[in-house]
Design a protein around this ligand. Structure first.
Ligand code: GDP
Ligand code: ZN
Length: 296
């Protein structure tokens, strides 16, 4: 086997030793070191990197090439995330649209496809709660896919699997909404620690876990998922204001149509974005936009 090469994906990295799962079927797993050349160029291999390896023996190999990345995240340190699943709860904690809009802006800024998962649907079945449904119809109207689920009630998990198929998925969203529970429900072997809000606060900050991606099925086509929830909130102060409107996806078709080229879509006259409020743009989403503009 010496001198053989293979393509694969980094699924795990601990102290400079990377686990690479090859793309062939059935997949093979190798413990790999990165070639020194990456260190010299200050390129750190990341979980999710698509790589070429040179096989040394049945278990070990060297990473000799890292393919260009589609994207890169700092929390968790990862590359090529093909979908972020922003998770919120119907209640406990109460739904906070401003926070959801902020997370959406951040993921749009990273140009990563995003879907919204509304968890804990068992606590408020949709048909019995039209106002709840209205909250999320706003997002469907804006062009987002919304999946309703219950991790503990095992509702919507099949739909979630279908949405996650063929992608490298990362759950993100506020603390306590059930991200760890969903990961556990999708991969019972993972057994992530879950907890009530109150018991989780104040611990866990200093414990480092090694992030890993796990396959959602037998083949690459089933997709992968990070075994750890990603960001719970993100700093968006570095996003320039003119960009902000573009990160509200349903504003995009109109941002170029305003009278003033630098229109901030707030106080200007003949603003094509404001003209759509109540039409293509929901007032609540516009309000979030104004809040983010004035706070950041
Ligand atoms: P995380 O902080 O987003 O990872 O949330 P956890 O997965 O730790 O869940 C927080 C709490 O919500 C735990 O007590 C879970 O048992 C509970 N929980 C998670 N999913 C559901 C659900 O679908 N329905 C209900 N009723 N409780 C849930
Ligand atoms: Zn405008």
């Amino acid at each position: 086997m010496a001198g053989n090469t293979a393509s694969g994906i980094i699924t795990k990295g601990v102290g400079g030793a990377y686990t690479v799962k090859t793309c062939d079927s059935p997949p093979r797993f190798f413990t790999c070191k990165a070639r020194g050349v990456f260190r010299n160029r200050k390129i750190m291999p990341l979980i999710g990197d698509r790589v070429e390896i040179t096989i040394a023996d049945e278990k070990t190999a060297t990473i000799h090439e890292i393919k260009p990345r589609d994207n890169e995240l700092r929390r968790p340190p990862a590359a090529n995330i093909s979908q972020v699943i922003i998770t919120v709860a119907t209640t406990r904690p109460p739904f906070n649209p401003g926070l959801l809009d902020r997370l959406l802006v951040m993921v749009e800024h990273e140009q990563i496809p995003v879907v919204i998962c509304v968890n804990k649907i068992d606590l408020e079945p949709r048909r019995e709660n039209p106002p709840l449904q209205k909250n999320f119809e706003i997002y469907e109207g804006a062009g987002y896919r919304v999946v309703y689920a219950s991790a503990t009630g095992e509702i919507g998990l099949e739909e979630l699997r279908r949405v996650m198929a063929g992608k490298v998925n990362l759950f993100a969203g506020p603390s306590g909404v059930g991200k760890s529970s969903l990961i556990n429900a999708l991969a019972p072997g993972m057994r992530l620690e879950t907890g009530e809000l109150s018991t989780k606060i104040g611990r866990g900050k200093h414990t480092t876990r090694h992030t890993e991606i796990f396959p959602l099925g037998e083949t690459d086509a089933d997709g992968y998922c990070f075994d750890t929830p990603g960001f719970t909130s993100l700093d968006i102060t570095h996003i320039e204001k003119p960009e902000l409107a573009l990160l509200f996806r349903e504003f995009r078709p109109f941002t170029g149509e305003c009278k003033f080229k630098n229109c901030a879509h707030i106080n200007e006259t003949e603003c094509a974005v404001k003209a759509q409020i109540g039409d293509a743009i929901h007032p609540a989403r516009y309000e979030s936009y104004v809040n983010l503009c004035t706070k950041s």
